[in-house]
Ligand binder design. Structure first.
Ligand SMILES: Nc1ncnc2c1ncn2[C@@H]1O[C@H](COP(=O)(O)OP(=O)(O)OP(=O)(O)O)[C@@H](O)[C@H]1O
Length: 242
């Protein structure tokens, strides 16, 4: 697929000059002697889809966790809109994650005893959405992701790609402004990966949701607007294997 641009610095201005929704500057984070992030800048604008790629251990997941406020950097800043994440306490960052950000993980992490529709609906009910609205949103997202026929099935009765699309529906039904996806296709074969990425990117574009995903797979990265290559904790120009 064409149209993905690999960029040497991830801090940039879009053509319309709008301010980034998420803005990271000078991120550094060490785990003991391991410097996982060594000075990373990244801008993500509303509705953009960014793929973070790079070799195993280069710092992709750590970067995602710092951008989402799961991990706190040793140095540098992450601003979401007008909010500086480092100025929030753990409870404030947790509220931001629950109310504003969405997450999709490598292994969907659906609740095994709940049907697909309940996996999408119940988190909405817990977040205070009224039952009728929660069901409307669940049905609508499952339908948009091609899962209407599967809505009563348990996760064990779904294929890997279907289960991952339920996880995408669950994340998007909460109407996040930024969706973080850590290796969303990492457990799927190439056909299922493509189906998930098509569904994820179309749905996110419709909802104007920004997506920041990590991936090892160039075919998954090709669905993004931008590719940010991380090597040794720094963003670099995409190389032959990037
Ligand atoms: N909780 C942790 N404690 C200690 N070291 C960690 C921790 N998390 C990550 N690291 C180290 O930080 C570096 C970056 O790890 P990270 O998981 O961000 O890489 P990655 O690019 O996502 O790798 P992969 O593609 O294999 O998932 C690695 O050297 C890793 O071993």
């Amino acid at each position: 697929m064409n149209g993905v641009e690999t960029i040497s610095t991830s801090a940039r201005a879009p053509e319309d000059g709008s301010a980034p929704l998420l803005r990271a500057r000078g991120l550094r984070l060490a785990f003991g002697l391991t410097e996982a992030l060594r000075g990373i800048d990244l801008d993500c604008h509303a509705g953009e889809i960014i793929a973070v790629t790079g070799p195993s251990g280069s710092g992709k997941s750590t970067l995602l966790h710092v951008l989402a406020g799961v991990l706190v950097p040793d140095e540098g800043t992450v601003d979401y809109d007008t909010v500086r994440l480092s100025e929030l306490d753990e409870a404030g960052r947790s509220r931001l994650r629950l109310g504003t950000f969405g997450f999709v993980f490598q292994y969907g992490q659906l609740l095994p005893d709940l049907s697909a529709v309940d996996n999408v609906t119940i988190p909405l009910l817990l977040a205070g959405v009224r039952r009728r609205e929660a069901l409307r949103r669940s049905d609508s997202w499952l339908d948009r992701l091609g899962l209407a026929e599967c809505s009563r099935k348990l996760p064990a009765q779904l294929s890997g790609g279907q289960a991952q699309r339920v996880a995408v529906a669950r994340a998007l039904a909460a109407q996040p402004t930024v969706l973080f996806a850590d290796e969303p296709t990492g457990s799927l074969d190439s056909l299922a990966a493509e189906t998930v990425m098509l569904a994820l990117t179309e749905a996110a574009r419709d909802a104007n949701t920004a997506v920041i995903l990590t991936t090892h797979d160039p075919r998954t990265a090709a669905f993004a607007d931008w590719e940010v290559v991380v090597r040794d904790g720094q963003t670099t120009v995409g190389g032959a294997d990037g």
